[in-house]
Design a protein around this ligand. Structure first.
Ligand SMILES: Cc1cc2nc3c(=O)[nH]c(=O)nc-3n(C[C@H](O)[C@H](O)[C@H](O)COP(=O)(O)OP(=O)(O)OC[C@H]3O[C@@H](n4cnc5c(N)ncnc54)[C@H](O)[C@@H]3O)c2cc1C
Length: 384
């Protein structure tokens, strides 16, 4: 189709990446987001880990973070909750050679800034909350909370975990995400306020313990440290103090990290769900968390949204007669494999001390195989 009318719903990581991928393919689009400004996304100052597969996708989109924004951690380190004993270390300093791209940690604001700069010629429509869509022969009709409508030949739903567009897939939209029973406290602290052994070398540090885990990694060129601490909670609302109190018996390193983080962050409910059984119907297609809501145990959601965008952009710009089917096939298989790995992580991350935990700890002393995950090229399998 010559000059198709394309609309993207959601200007988060997946939506902006899609607009950049379309621009790269010479396709124009309109992007709608419920927020007033892209920078107003909650949690923008917080950090994000981009594994080599995500960085590779970002590079393919031509998105370059500003100078000094990214950190290249030298390893991911797993430690034991009570005594800080090292359980395993996966080196990352050879990522560029091994996987074709480095491992980065940065803030979401710096990632969004890079994507926004790569979005060339897209019309950004902010303050537009989509409340539903209908798929018909004449295209996809979007409905907005302000009473407005918009019709496009192709609508790409990148509206996150609580997608308003998933329902328009009918039964193929699946059951949708549920509250997982876990919350996460997230904060960013100045690196200068942490003991230096928790800052240098630049590293992703993860402490595993019964029912919870805590993560820290540097952002903003190492000037700040992003902290995430999870906790089980029957309700999605847990007071930050109660969450932090649950770490009272953890080792001094975790207590130091959390005492620096106290009062600086907030608690977020975590949602889990299965990938949608089918990602598209007619001219409506989903990507990112809208298509595969998942617990963040493997720090992959943003990287997967970037991969989705690259693959979809390539499918649409190639000469494939059924580009959405091709996208579905390529990305569906990837999402299913990752969902299985996340299920295993969900089962193993929070083991109480005992036989299973000791077996897991022994396994962790050998770095897990990440070649399938980090070495992935989102342009593979697409002709363009
Ligand atoms: C605690 C935690 C830690 C994480 N850490 C990592 C990590 O280290 N690495 C990683 O790769 N991933 C991580 N993730 C996952 C990652 O944040 C998400 O997977 C990623 O943001 C998904 O991008 P998205 O564009 O699909 O959705 P989002 O980033 O949620 O963007 C959705 C966009 O759609 C807009 N929107 C929503 N509804 C509507 C509507 N009805 N109408 C119009 N616009 C709408 C929103 O305003 C938003 O701009 C983490 C998640 C959590 C919770």
């Amino acid at each position: 189709m010559q000059n198709p009318r394309i609309a993207v719903v959601g200007a988060g990581i997946g939506g902006l990446a899609t607009a950049a991928a379309l621009a790269r393919a010479g396709l124009r689009c309109d992007v709608f987001d419920r927020r007033d400004r892209p920078g107003r996304l909650s949690g923008m100052g917080l950090g994000i880990q981009l594994s080599p597969n995500g960085v590779r996708a970002l590079r393919d989109l031509g998105a370059v973070p500003r100078r000094g924004a990214v950190v290249r951690p030298d390893a991911v380190e797993l430690r034991r909750w009570r005594d800080n004993a090292l359980l395993g270390r996966a080196p990352l300093d050879d990522a560029e050679t091994r996987y074709g791209a480095p491992y980065w940690t940065l803030t979401r604001a710096d990632l969004s800034g890079a994507l926004l700069a790569a979005v060339d010629g897209a019309g950004l429509h902010l303050g537009r909350r989509c409340i539903g869509a209908s798929v018909g022969r004449g295209g996809v009709r979007l409905r907005f909370a302000d009473g407005g409508e918009h019709v496009a030949d192709l609508v790409i739903g990148a509206d996150g975990v609580h997608s308003a567009l998933r329902a328009a897939l009918g039964e193929d939209g699946g059951l949708g995400p549920r509250y997982s029973g876990h919350v996460a406290y997230r904060a960013v602290v100045p690196a200068a306020e942490l003991p230096s052994h928790l800052v240098h070398p630049h590293r992703v540090r993860v402490w595993l313990g019964p029912g919870r885990h805590c993560v820290s990694y540097p952002v903003r060129g190492g000037e700040q440290v992003n902290i995430v601490a999870t906790a089980p909670s029957p309700s999605p609302a847990l007071h930050p103090e109660n969450l932090i109190m649950g770490y009272a018996e953890w080792c001094g390193s975790v207590r130091a990290v959390l005492s620096a983080a106290a009062g600086r962050g907030r608690v977020w409910p975590l949602w889990s769900g299965a990938p949608v059984p089918r990602r598209h119907r007619g001219g409506l297609v989903l990507l990112g968390d809208a298509a595969h809501p998942a617990l963040p145990w493997m720090a992959q959601g943003a990287s997967q949204a970037l991969e989705d965008a690259v693959t979809l952009g390539r499918c649409l710009s190639g000469d494939d007669r059924a580009p959405l089917e091709r996208y579905e096939t390529l990305r569906g298989a990837r999402a299913a494999r990752l969902a299985a790995a996340i299920r295993t992580a969900t089962d193993e991350h929070h083991l109480p001390d005992g036989l299973r935990q000791r077996r897991r700890d022994r396994r962790l002393s050998t770095p897990p195989d990440r070649d399938w995950l980090y070495g992935y090229d989102a342009t593979a399998g697409v002709t363009s």
